[in-house]
Write a protein that binds this ligand. Structure first.
Ligand code: HAM
Length: 537
C-alpha cells in the first residue's frame, strides 16, 4: 500500500453521460525517503558514483554486481537486529501458497537489500565453495540499497552505497593491519580526491577485539558482550538515565555505565595530539597531565614500530585522518576486529566498515578473513554541497565526461628487498594519488578540474591504477609472473640500492637503475613517460 500521504485522489463524480464531469485524477508522490533525480541531479549522482568507481579501480579492486533483492534469511545469519528491523520485505504475489504464508506469518520470503556484505559472502562462497588458500580478492560494487528507516538528514529509505572489500587476506596480525589500513586508504583517497580534508572528516577507529578484552576487564563475560557493544553503539542517541537503565537491564556493571554513559567517558586520541589538545576536549583530564603525556608518547612512538596500527597508518600517509575513538563499535554483528567510521562534525557517518573474519565461514566457505567498508551517497552529497565541492553547470558536465580510470593496471610495484616493503606501499599510494601541478599548488585548482590540477606542463601527473603483489615471495621472476597474470602495463622494481627499474611490458623495454629521487618523488612522472612510450626522463 502506498503511504497515505503519498496518494491523493480528486475529481468529480458525474453520470456516464455528463459532459462537464472531470475524470478522477490520482496524484501519487514519490514514496517517503526516496529521491527523484532530474538531469542535473543525475549528473551530480554520476559525479559521485564515477569517483567511487575510479578510486576503487585505481586501488586494484574489480567490479562485481549482486541482485537488489535477496532471501530475507540472508540477513538473519549475522547482520544483527538493527538491519533486521529495517528490512523492506518483498514477495512476488504470484504464488497463492506464498501469499497465504506471508499473510499468516507477516514475513515475506525476500527483502530488498539493505547492505551488500551478506551478498558478498554468499557470492564468494558460491564461486569458491570450501576451497582454502584462495588468492587475495578485491571486489567493489555500487548501487541502490533500501532500509525502512525514519528519513532524516543523511538517512533515507533508498540510497546509493559503494562497497570495497578485501577477501582472503593472509592470517597474522601484521598482515591484518596492513589490509585494514589499505581499506582505510581507499575511503580516504576518494574523499580527498573530491577535495575533503581531515579538518572536515575524520577516520574514527577502534577494535572489536580490544573492546572484547576491555569488557572482560570490566567484569563482563563474553555472553554479554553483544548486548554491551550494542548499547555503546546506541549511546549517542540515549540520555545518561536511559543509558544507565538499559545497562542495568543487561546486568552491566557500574564501571561500564561510568565509562560509556557520558560523553566525558568517550576517549578520542589523534596521532598528532598533545596533552593540551586532549585537555581542550576533556577539561576533566587536566589533573592527569603526567599520565596523559605518557599515554600520548606511547601511542606516538608506535608510529615507528612495525606491526602496530599507528605504524601502518603512518606508512599509508593517513596520520592526519586517523583517530582512536573508544565509542566506535558499529551496529553490525559480524565484525570481529578493526571497526571504523568516517564522520564529519554534526553529520551521520559518511562511511563505515571493518574486519569480519568469520562471515564467509558462516555462509559455508573455508575460514576466510576479510575486511571492507560501505560509503553512502547521501551524507557525501550533503558534505560536498555544503563545502562548495560539488561542481555545477559546465564544470559538472566536464567532470563527468572525463575518461574513466584504466581497468587495466598501469603499474605493478614490487621489491626483492624486505626492508623496502613499506616503500612499495608508499610508491603505490603516490602513483594512485597523482602529483598536483605547480599551477594547482599556486592557484588552488578546484578538485574536479583535472586539467589544471594535474597539468603536465607545470609538473602534474594524473593518478594511475597501481597494484602491488599479495604474494609472499621475494623472487622477482615470480613477482614478474604475477604482474603478467594481472595484465599490468608496467613492472616497477624498487631495488635494494634505492633506485628503481621500470619495464614497459607491452613494448618490451626495460629502464634499469633509475634515480627516482628522495622519497621516490620522480617515480610517477617516470611511469607516465614509460606509459607514453618515452624514455623515463
Ligand atoms: P553501514 O554503516 O550500515 O555499513 O552503512 C555504510 C554507509 O552507508 C553509512 O556510513 C552511510 O553512508 C550509508 N547508509 C547506511 N544507511 C543509510 C541510509 N538509510 N540512508 C543513507 N545512507 C545510508 C554497512 O552497510 C556494511 N555492510 C559496510 C561494510 C562493507 N562492512 C564491511 N564491508
Amino acid at each position: 500500500m502506498p503511504d497515505a500521504t503519498d496518494l491523493n485522489r480528486s475529481g468529480e463524480a458525474g453520470g456516464p453521460g455528463d459532459p462537464k464531469a472531470r475524470p478522477p485524477t490520482v496524484q501519487v508522490r514519490a514514496p517517503k525517503g526516496t529521491r527523484d533525480a532530474y538531469p542535473e541531479d543525475v549528473l551530480r549522482r554520476r559525479y559521485i558514483t564515477q569517483s567511487w568507481r575510479d578510486t576503487a579501480i585505481r586501488h586494484g579492486f574489480e567490479e562485481i554486481e549482486g541482485p537488489t533483492f535477496e532471501h530475507a534469511d540472508l540477513y538473519a545469519v549475522k547482520s544483527g537486529e538493527g538491519i533486521l528491523g529495517e528490512l523492506f520485505q518483498a514477495y512476488s504475489g504470484k504464488d497463492p501458497g506464498e501469499v497465504a504464508s506471508v499473510q499468516a506469518s507477516g514475513r515475506a520470503p525476500y527483502a530488498l537489500r539493505p547492505e551488500f556484505t551478506p551478498s558478498l559472502a554468499r557470492m564468494y562462497v558460491a564461486k569458491y565453495g570450501k576451497k582454502a588458500d584462495t588468492p587475495v580478492t578485491r571486489w567493489f560494487t555500487a548501487g541502490p540499497y533500501f532500509r525502512a528507516e525514519r528519513p532524516q538528514r543523511g538517512r533515507l529509505r533508498e540510497f546509493l552505497q559503494w562497497n570495497c572489500d578485501v577477501i582472503g587476506t593472509p592470517e597474522g596480525e601484521a598482515f591484518e593491519l596492513t589490509y585494514d589500513t589499505e581499506i582505510f586508504d581507499v575511503t580516504v583517497s576518494m574523499l580527498s580526491a573530491a577535495g575533503l580534508d581531515p579538518e572536515s572528516v575524520r577516520l574514527k577507529c577502534n577494535s572489536r577485539r580490544a573492546l572484547g578484552d576491555h569488557m572482560l576487564r570490566l567484569g563482563i563475560g563474553p555472553d554479554r558482550h553483544e548486548g554491551a557493544l550494542g548499547l555503546i553503539d546506541a549511546s549517542s542517541k540515549l540520555s545518561r538515565e536511559q543509558f544507565a537503565a538499559r545497562a542495568r537491564e543487561l546486568a552491566l556493571p557500574d564501571a561500564f555505565i561510568a565509562q560509556y554513559g557520558s560523553s566525558e567517558g568517550n576517549l578520542v586520541i589523534r596521532l598528532r595530539d598533545t596533552a593540551e589538545s586532549v585537555i581542550g576536549r576533556y577539561p576533566s583530564l587536566a589533573g592527569e597531565r603526567g599520565k596523559l603525556d605518557e599515554a600520548l608518547e606511547r601511542s606516538q612512538s608506535r608510529v615507528g614500530v612495525p606491526g602496530t596500527i599507528e605504524n601502518r597508518v603512518h606508512v599509508f600517509g593517513l596520520d592526519e585522518w586517523y583517530e582512536f575513538d573508544s565509542r566506535v563499535v558499529r551496529g553490525l554483528a559480524y565484525y570481529t576486529g578493526t571497526v571504523f567510521e568516517l564522520i564529519a562534525d554534526g553529520e551521520r557517518a559518511v562511511a563505515g566498515g571493518g574486519r569480519y573474519d568469520k562471515l564467509i565461514e558462516l555462509f559455508g566457505g573455508a575460514p576466510t578473513p576479510a575486511c571492507g567498508f560501505g560509503m553512502g551517497d547521501v551524507v557525501l552529497g550533503l558534505l560536498l554541497e555544503d563545502k562548495g565541492l560539488m561542481p555545477e553547470g559546465p564544470a559538472l558536465m566536464e567532470a563527468v565526461s572525463r575518461a574513466p580510470a584504466s581497468v587495466r593496471p598501469e603499474a605493478f610495484v614490487v621489491t626483492p628487498d624486505e626492508s623496502r616493503d613499506d616503500d612499495v606501499i608508499r610508491a603505490v599510494a603516490r602513483l594512485r594519488r597523482g602529483v598536483e601541478s605547480e599551477r594547482s599548488e599556486e592557484e588552488g585548482a578546484k578538485a574536479w578540474d583535472w586539467g589544471a590540477r594535474y597539468e603536465p606542463a607545470t609538473g602534474g601527473v594524473r593518478p594511475f591504477h597501481a597494484r602491488r603483489s599479495d604474494k609472499a615471495t621475494r623472487n622477482v621472476g615470480k613477482l614478474f609472473k604475477d604482474a603478467l597474470a594481472q595484465h599490468a602495463r608496467t613492472f616497477v622494481v624498487l631495488e635494494p640500492d634505492g633506485s628503481a627499474t621500470i619495464q614497459d611490458l607491452d613494448r618490451k623495454r626495460k629502464f634499469e637503475k633509475l634515480d627516482v629521487g628522495e622519497g621516490m618523488v620522480r617515480l610517477p612522472a617516470m611511469v607516465a613517460s614509460v606509459l607514453d612510450g618515452r624514455e623515463p626522463g
